[in-house]
Design a protein around this ligand. Structure first.
Ligand SMILES: C[S@@+](CC[C@H](N)C(=O)[O-])C[C@H]1O[C@@H](n2cnc3c(N)ncnc32)[C@H](O)[C@@H]1O
Length: 395
């Protein structure tokens, strides 16, 4: 196909793009988009060292602090800099979505579809040594990979990971983050996290895995928590304390990312994998009508609804997907805004210099390979209005 160099898309994918009003030229240059890395704070002065380690230049991404690009063929996995956790791979468009949240040290942030966790790493980097980050995902193996990532980069201290359905997840942030060793703790109290689970718990987990269901009857299962995450010393009923619907306005999260499950059609790297896996697999996994129409869009809307419910008043939510179809992006956001007078779509102020386009709904943004030299990503930023401002929205 013209413009996408060697990548030939099958007819079914081209029809999928056409049916969704997408011009295939947005993938132009997709084979040559760079890889992006983010340097961990504290390693800003190690650029030369990293360059000689990976044997190529790190090109600073001027519009996104802390990000560098390298040519697509350069592998970093075996480099010392990567193995020692000085940098991690994260696409610049993903970095932009996190940056749109405007995270400040001390915030309590929620990542409702967190695995495998590159965005969660960046959130924790931005928090520094204040606040907390809670990651939720419905896939156990992906969340386990996320835990490994946090541990590798030494970012676990202030984080909690829950295996849970993000459409109904309800655990509020824990605001008392002081680590108390809890010497005479009751049996039911969370102690320091260890990878060794008690026999009873392992048995229960194995059974749930076998039946492909979430354990504890769908209740969130905490699979990791750090020393300063506020979990140690809590009783189970305190961690899982039910809040009243309106309490989240005060006790909810300051920032929420809903990086929703999607068809991944904007991710050229994902689509390219199907060249080897076979285009029929792409048809089944990506283009399947039932998945792309109602069921996926309603999952996305429900994730967005729940993320917003858990948000504090005046807090910020970012909705993103790596699909570029309107059905999974603007349509979801428009429907959500129509049913929520307390939700206000916001201009992303930092985006003035970003190489992206506006979405169909004003103030939303779209990254694509041709415009941005990044993977495809849709981003919308939403603020939860206090009741007096929300009333004005209805009038
Ligand atoms: C686009 S990926 C998230 C990528 C991640 N934010 C990152 O930066 O690495 C979407 C994730 O949503 C998860 N997911 C799907 N349905 C979910 C649900 N109902 N609740 C929570 N997570 C869900 C998938 O398991 C998948 O890991």
């Amino acid at each position: 196909m013209e413009g996408t160099s060697k990548l030939e898309f099958p007819e079914s994918f081209l029809s999928f793009l056409k049916a969704n009003g997408l011009d295939p030229s947005i993938y132009a240059g997709g084979n040559s988009i760079p890889r992006y890395v983010r340097l961990k704070p504290g390693f800003e002065n190690a650029v030369q060292q990293i360059e000689s380690d990976i044997n190529c230049k790190l090109d600073e991404v001027k519009w996104l602090p802390g990000f560098y690009s390298i040519p697509p063929h350069v592998h970093i996995a075996r480099s010392k800099a990567y193995q020692q956790g000085m940098m991690y791979g994260i696409d610049a468009a993903s970095g932009a979505a996190v940056s749109a949240l405007g995270i400040s040290p001390g915030d309590h942030v929620l990542d409702l579809c967190a695995a495998p966790g590159a965005k969660l790493c960046m959130m924790l980097d931005l928090l520094g040594d204040k606040g907390s980050a809670t990651g939720v995902d419905v896939a156990r193996h992906r969340l386990a990979a996320c835990r490994t990532l946090l541990q590798k980069y030494g970012l676990g201290q202030r984080s909690r990971l829950f295996l849970a359905d993000g459409t109904i997840f309800s655990v509020p942030p824990t605001t008392n983050l002081t680590y108390e060793p809890c010497l005479d703790c009751h049996e039911d109290t969370f102690k320091q996290w260890t990878s060794r689970r008690p026999y009873k718990e392992r048995k229960q987990e194995a059974k749930a895995r076998k039946n492909s269901v979430l354990p504890h009857n769908g209740q969130p299962e905490i699979i990791f928590y750090g020393q300063s995450s506020g979990v140690i010393g809590l009783k189970k009923k305190e961690l899982y304390r039910p809040l009243d619907k309106n309490d989240y306005a005060f006790c909810g999260y300051d920032k929420v990312l809903v990086d929703a499950e999607c068809t991944h059609d904007g991710s050229i790297k994902h689509i390219q994998k199907f060249e080897q896996w076979g285009w029929t697999t792409l048809e089944r996994r990506v283009l399947d009508a039932e998945r792309t129409d109602i069921s996926l869009a309603s999952l996305q809307l429900n994730l967005l609804r729940n993320g917003f419910r858990l948000l504090k008043e005046a807090g910020t939510l970012v909705y993103s997907t790596c699909s570029l179809t309107h059905a999974q992006n603007e349509d979801v956001v428009d429907q959500f805004l129509a049913e929520n007078s307390s939700a206000e779509l916001q201009e992303i102020e930092t985006a003035k210099d970003w190489p992206c386009r506006s979405g169909r709904t004003p103030k939303t943004l779209r990254f694509d390979p041709a415009t941005s030299a990044t993977s495809g990503l849709f981003v919308a930023k939403i603020r939860k209005l206090p009741p007096n401002e929300a009333e004005k929205n209805v009038l």
